[in-house]
Design a protein around this ligand. Structure first.
Ligand code: ATP
Ligand code: MG
Length: 222
């Protein structure tokens, strides 16, 4: 059996006295879609940071495709993030100086220069998220929902093994949010990526497969 794409075993992330996440154990299997729900400040973003090698646990273990994240040199973690993980950040983090298509291509550029096939893929993704014709716009010239779709396209451009989408529909009404979720799930299935989605939206919760709940830094069944 192949190892999970990402896993935590009793992982705690502390900031001084605050335990943002405490003793989390979770396994993200290849090709699965799962959800993390919980109130503001409960530790969802911190949990996803540990799953995606952005954060290293203060205690306990994090694994990425079977490799111990705690023992990894920083450049190795960066390399994994660039090539294997797609992030839809809660604050989107689109580059305002870059156009839509340049934002979507950015992970390819950072990973060492896109091939012709990768450039085509970037264009195809922009079209797939419904932004064909808006490739040259700057993020600020888009609606918030459109910006969220740029972030989704960017997260998928490197055909990641793991997509971490942190409240990818937070600014959207449930219907539009449902459409962004459809895109995220459909495109992830195409590349065989596992997906973890955090959300506040109870309506979307019903659509996710396995759901975990965060409460005061503690992860439990949903
Ligand atoms: N870099 C940091 N330094 C200090 N405390 C932090 C840091 N990051 C998060 N925290 C604290 O850890 C806790 C969990 O934060 P986190 O961002 O993971 O919650 P969240 O569930 O994503 O919240 P939200 O729904 O508002 O996005 C909070 O109490 C937060 O203040
Ligand atoms: Mg958060």
């Amino acid at each position: 059996m192949s190892p999970p794409v990402a896993a935590l075993e009793g992982a705690t992330k502390a900031y001084g006295d605050v335990k943002a996440v405490e003793g989390a154990t979770i396994s993200v299997e290849v090709g699965k879609v799962m959800g993390v729900v919980g109130p503001s400040g409960s530790g969802k973003t911190t949990l996803m940071g540990m799953l995606g090698t952005l954060l290293v646990p203060t205690s306990g273990k994090a694994y990425f495709v079977g490799e111990d994240v705690g023992g990894m040199p920083v450049p190795r973690r960066r390399e994994l993030r660039l090539r294997r993980v797609g992030f839809v950040f809660q604050q989107l983090r689109l580059m305002q100086k870059l156009s839509v298509i340049e934002n979507v291509r950015l992970p390819l550029v950072l990973a060492g220069g896109p091939t012709a096939a990768q450039l085509r893929r970037a264009s195809d993704l922009v079209a797939a998220v419904g932004l064909g014709g808006k490739e040259r716009r700057r993020p600020r010239e888009l609606s918030v929902g459109e910006q969220q779709r740029v972030a989704v396209a960017r997260a998928l451009v490197n055909t990641p093994a793991l997509v971490l989408a942190d409240e990818p529909t937070s600014q959207l009404d449930s219907a539009t949010g449902g459409k962004v979720l459809d895109l995220l799930e459909g495109l992830s299935r195409e590349v065989g990526a596992a997906v973890v989605i955090s959300t506040h939206d109870q309506k979307l919760r019903g659509r996710l497969g396995k759901v975990y709940e965060m409460r005061d830094g503690v992860l439990g069944p949903g």
